[in-house]
Every structure is written in C-alpha cells, then in structure tokens.
Design a protein around this ligand. Structure first.
Ligand SMILES: [Zn+2]
Length: 417
C-alpha cells in the first residue's frame, strides 16, 4: 500500500473511532445495533471499532437483554473510571469542583465557600490545588486525568489562560493557568474558560438546549455572563471575549456597573439589583435570602423579582435580535428565579421584540450549578473524543503537553467535523 493511502486510511479509522466514542460519551450506553443505526457504519465495522475502544479501556461491553427472536445485541458503554477531568467553577462566593468521568458522569462534586476573599488570588489557587489533590487521590487507580479546567466569571485570554478581567471576583490580568501549574505541577493540561462559554457548551451538549444548533445562554449571578452557540459552534470573537452580555446597555444614565460604565444589563439583573428590587440592602442580604423568600411566597420578594423579569426580557429581546437563537437558556440566579419572573419576562420580551419577530424559546437551565463543571469537563475531554487512540498514547508517554496541544474551549462538536 502506498504511504498516502495508508495515512488516508488511518484518518478514516481515527474519525470512525471518534464518532463511536462521541455517541457513547454524549448519548450513553447503546447496543451494537443502535450504534450501527446511528453511525451508518456496517455491523462488522462497528464491531471492530468497539473492540478497539474496549482494548483502549475507554468502553466496555456487556450482554444485552434478549428481545424477540435472534441473539441479544451487546450493550456498549463508556467506562467512566477510564479517564476523567478535574473541573472547577469559581464564583464570587464559592469554588465548585468535580471529578467528571468519561460519559459526563459527575463522580465526585464539592462546593466550598471561599476561605479568603475571592480577590485573594493565592487563596483561591490554594483552594483549587487542594481540591484537585483530594479528588485525584479518590480517583480510580489507572484512570487517566485528561486535564484540569477552571470556569471563571470574566474574560479569559486563550490559549494561555490569563484572566483579563473578572469584576465579580476582583481579578485583573491574573495568570491563573500559570499559577495553577506552579501549585499542582504539570502532570495534566490546565485550561481556563469563561463561565458563559462553558455554560452554553454544557447546555448545548447535555442540558436544556440539546438538539438545538443555535443557543444563547445567560448566567445571572453577582455578574451576568453569557455564551452563544451559532450553527453548533461556540462564538468566540477576535480575542475570545464574545458573549459579554452583562454589559449590554439597557438603561442610559442608569446605575454604575461593576465595569465602570452606567446602565449595563448586569446593573439591572445581577444579584445585587435583584436584592435591591425586593427592598433589601445588598450589603446585608444575600441572593439566597431572596430565593427562599420567594419560595415561601413572600409578596414583596415576588413583586421585586417580577420587576427584574421585565429587565431580563428587555435585554433578551435585543440579544435574540442579534443572534436569532432557537432557544435561550437561563442559568444561575436567573434560572433559579425564572418560574417567578416568567410572566413579566415574557411580556417585556414579546413587547421589545415586536409582533412580527421570530421568538426563541426561553428555558430554565437543566444543569443548574453543574453547568460550568460539565462544560469545563468537555474542554478536557475534547482531545480524547477527537482522537481516542492517539491521545491516550500521547498522554501516557508525555505527561507534559505543550500549550498548543491543550484542549481549547471552542471545540464542542457532538459528532466530529
Ligand atoms: Zn457593565
């Protein structure tokens, strides 16, 4: 065989392995017959690809249930303890952490309040490093750690993971990836992502937006972040900072925002604005107080949240005009309070869009506070899903991948390409 033919055949083999592993990773266990149906490969190709993935340790087969005539089709499933990602979610109040196994299984989840103020960078780096070591110690022996990925509520430069600005935690030009590498070593790749980007990736792949190719995600917390998937691709922008929806101007001359400008959307729908809208002082009350007041039917809290819903709907209408998504997913506080603000949100959304516009469905996040962790995990899984055999070989031989080889946040394809 000529070398070019052999290499073309390798490419096909790699793409086919990738297709089967992606299906199992995103859709869960499947029989060989189901794999034949969803990949379009013939039975013997699926058999040989499955055997190779079994040999790599990434999937396993168990006998299926007999239904009707004929032999039972084996069930193929991802081995969640074969490879994992350490995922983190830094917010203004806490650090979430998860060990996520192949298949998107949350094998271990932790959330710790900041032990020092969030702007104390060494304190946060220490907390992440401690949690990473604890989770690694609990991992199944032999499970390959594919990466440590951190979600941050702010602008993150790629590929070096410098946090340009994150007002909710008070970070400006913080080389987070470098600091973490010093703290935990370079046994696995370290990647930093924006919380809105990771949130939209998770909702698109595993949450409320599954099946839609055009998705807008908005996470309301102390800050308001967002992410946009257009035609199945994460919208990045020239510097990787696209989707900073919190600083959309909605009220000229309005309240001063964390970014220094006036009248931003965040200043009307962020946690502090919601606390003020229910008649409490953001320096004294916490957003959890508002959520529980609403849950017990406190009228003042409900009225304030509904008022905020008007601002949410107004901003969403502008974003829907810009991006024309099929669905809008609300996460964070906005997801938690969505059922209460829904009537006023829907009214102002429809009014601002106008009668003849295509409306995108507004949904509440399925994944809640796990969205950033699951999105971060997908960044870590990207390489092994793209090239299962090659990635395992490279990672088992070279524990120190270069920056260029690291998984980047924009690679989110469900089915390759
Ligand atoms: Zn702003």
């Amino acid at each position: 065989m000529r070398r070019a033919d052999a290499s073309a055949q390798d490419d096909v083999r790699r793409a086919n392995l990738s297709a089967v592993l992606r299906l199992l990773h995103f859709d869960g266990p499947a029989t060989r017959s189901e794999l034949v149906a969803s990949t379009g490969f013939n039975r013997s190709t699926v058999g040989s690809l499955t055997s190779e993935l079994v040999k790599l340790g990434l999937v396993r087969e168990r006998p299926g249930v007999v239904s009707g005539k004929g032999r039972p089709s084996n069930v193929v499933e991802p081995v969640s303890t074969s490879a994992h990602v350490l995922a983190f979610d830094v917010t203004a109040s806490s650090v979430g952490a998860a060990r996520v196994g192949l298949g998107g299984y949350l094998l271990q989840v932790r959330r710790r309040l900041h032990s020092t103020p969030p702007h104390d960078v060494p304190g946060v780096v220490n907390l992440i490093a401690t949690l990473a070591r604890e989770m690694q110690a609990r991992a199944t022996p032999g499970s390959l750690c594919l990466g440590l990925v951190v979600s941050v509520p702010g602008s993150v430069r790629q590929p070096d993971g410098l946090v340009r600005r994150s007002p909710p935690v008070g970070w400006y030009d913080v080389p987070l990836a470098d600091l973490l590498r010093e703290a935990v070593g370079d046994e696995y790749p370290i990647t930093i992502g924006n919380d809105g980007d990771l949130g939209v990736v998770a909702e698109y792949l595993r949450g409320a937006a599954r099946g839609s190719q055009d998705v807008l995600y908005v996470r309301g917390e102390v800050g308001v972040g967002g992410g946009v998937v257009v035609g199945g691709e994460l919208l990045k922008g020239s510097g990787g900072y696209a989707g900073e929806v919190g600083h959309l101007l909605v009220k000229p001359g309005g309240r001063v925002c964390s970014c220094g400008a006036r009248g931003c959307w965040e200043a009307e729908i962020g946690d502090a604005a919601i606390i003020r809208a229910v008649g409490r002082d953001p320096r004294e009350a916490e957003i959890e107080d508002v959520v529980s007041d609403v849950a017990i039917g406190n009228r003042r809290a409900i009225a304030g949240v509904r008022k905020t819903g008007e601002w949410v709907g107004l901003g969403l209408a502008s974003l829907v005009n810009l991006f024309n998504p099929q669905v809008v997913v609300l996460g964070g506080t906005l997801g938690a309070l969505y059922p209460t603000m829904e009537p006023t949100l829907a009214q102002s959304y429809a009014r601002t869009l106008g009668p003849n516009r295509e409306q995108a469905h507004v949904l509440r996040s399925d994944l809640g506070s796990d969205a950033q962790l699951l999105g971060a995990a997908e960044v870590g899984f990207a390489d092994v899903l793209e090239d299962p055999a090659g990635t395992l070989e490279a990672r088992r031989e070279q524990p120190d991948p270069s920056a260029e080889e690291r998984g980047e946040v924009h690679r989110i394809h469900r089915h390759g390409g």
